[in-house]
Write a protein that binds this ligand. Structure first.
Ligand SMILES: Cc1ncc(COP(=O)(O)O)c(C=O)c1O
Length: 402
């Protein structure tokens, strides 16, 4: 009966990240692959969730207070005027908000511009909606893009651009100047922008997250998606949102209601508390992750990884394989699991060969097999254990690079 599956289902395979995570579990390896914390969520928000369950918040629910807080936060962070009654849809994580946004605006044949490398779920949603992904390279080692190439990747068929900043997998935070180029392209071609801002509160040093929606002419054409997942270490709670002009927010809400009806009721209650956390919480989050970024960067450098670009935000470090390493990223990660008991993600899963301006030849896309993504959203104990295993590995004879 397998032939009864839809063509979409036939084309989808399990995410390589999930597969590696399962392998890591089977091998009892330290998981630096998936982007979820292994440390507890803040006590005060857990208490609210528990108390909501005990108070029988068990039914379908829309907590308007979340929208009110988000609207106030958008004003404070980005000087955006958001109507909490019409411009926000609460969804099950950024993942559902993004999918609903794509289904709200993409018709068969519509082109969607994305940067390469990119987070793997975007393409799946776009193709499910019948859209055509068009990739523009972020060039290593600094992950910059060529403004000319970006502008040329827009056509009369372009419906939207997807922007993820702070960026998974590179940790890049797009600068004001880069956002201006993207905004110019959107305005010139009268396109929408769908942003993924899940790492909005995780930026390092003097880097500040700027929402594309805050640039002139952009709010009316931007759908912001984000969530509680990363900021509050609750990826399993599935609370996220889309913030958009009323026409788009209403379409997203309609789609959300048909797919999941509402986000988990007790966790919506807890979200209210989370979103009103004091400024010290957000400062502490940045500092803690900055420390962990520096820690993992030092460990990886000491075993030969080349770190040309230190993450400016997010919870990932995208490191280039040691110069003398002849293994591909996939081979390296398999060795890492077997020999060191540590799992990370081969970078090739984030790259695409069909870039809009110049389909890459085998030789010119060699860099796509040279990166490994390490998630540092782990406890210090986990990171220290991984550091120990990696330095043991460095000395192992079977693991010579050449
Ligand atoms: C860039 C990016 N967007 C979205 C998500 C998932 O967000 P959520 O848990 O809110 O669905 C992730 C998780 O790793 C991510 O890295």
């Amino acid at each position: 009966m397998e032939e009864k599956l839809s063509s979409v289902a036939k084309n989808f395979t399990p995410s390589p990240i999930q597969e590696l995570s399962h392998l890591a579990q089977r091998c009892n390896a330290i998981n630096l692959a998936e982007g979820f914390p292994d440390f507890p969520a803040p006590l005060q928000i857990k208490d609210v969730a528990v108390s909501a369950i005990n108070s029988d918040f068990n039914q379908y629910r829309h907590v308007q207070g979340i929208c009110d807080h988000l609207a106030a936060a958008m004003k404070k962070m980005h000087d955006l005027d958001v109507n909490p009654l019409t411009d926000i849809a609460i969804c099950c994580g950024q993942t559902e908000a993004f999918a609903a946004a794509i289904f709200a605006v993409i018709d068969t044949g519509d082109e969607v511009v994305l940067f390469d490398p990119s987070y793997e779920t975007y393409e799946g949603c776009i193709t499910m909606a019948g859209g055509v992904p068009v990739y523009v390279a972020l060039d290593p080692p600094q992950w910059t893009f060529c403004p000319g190439k970006l502008l040329k990747s827009f056509t009369g068929r372009t419906k939207a651009i997807v922007l993820n900043s702070p960026h998974n997998p590179t940790g890049k935070v797009f600068s004001k100047e880069e956002l201006e180029v993207i905004a110019e392209a959107c305005c010139r071609w009268d396109c929408l922008a769908i942003t993924d801002e899940v790492y909005e509160h995780i930026t390092f040093n003097d880097k500040k997250h700027i929402s594309l929606a805050s640039l002139p002419g952009m709010q009316k054409r931007t759908i912001i998606t984000s969530s509680l997942s990363k900021t509050f270490s609750v990826t399993g709670w599935r609370i996220g949102w889309a913030i958009a002009p009323a026409f788009a927010a209403s379409a997203i809400r309609n789609i959300h209601v048909k797919i999941t009806d509402s986000a988990p009721a007790p966790f919506q209650e807890a979200a209210l508390t989370a979103l009103t956390s004091p400024p010290e919480y957000f400062e502490g989050l940045k500092k803690e992750y900055e420390f962990k970024r520096d820690f993992i960067a030092k460990v990886l450098t000491s075993i030969g990884f080349q770190i040309h670009f230190k993450p400016q935000g997010s919870i990932f470090l995208f490191a280039e394989l040691p110069k003398d390493c002849l293994l591909s990223d996939v081979e390296y990660v398999k060795e890492l699991i077997k020999e060191a008991g540590v799992v990370a993600v081969p970078g090739c899963g984030f790259f695409h060969k069909k870039l809009s301006m110049e389909p890459l030849s085998e030789a010119s896309c060699n860099y796509q097999k040279r990166y490994v993504r390490f998630a540092f959203c782990k406890s210090i104990a986990t990171l220290a254990a991984a550091a120990q295993k990696l330095s043991d590995l460095k000395n192992a004879t079977r693991y010579e690079h050449s």
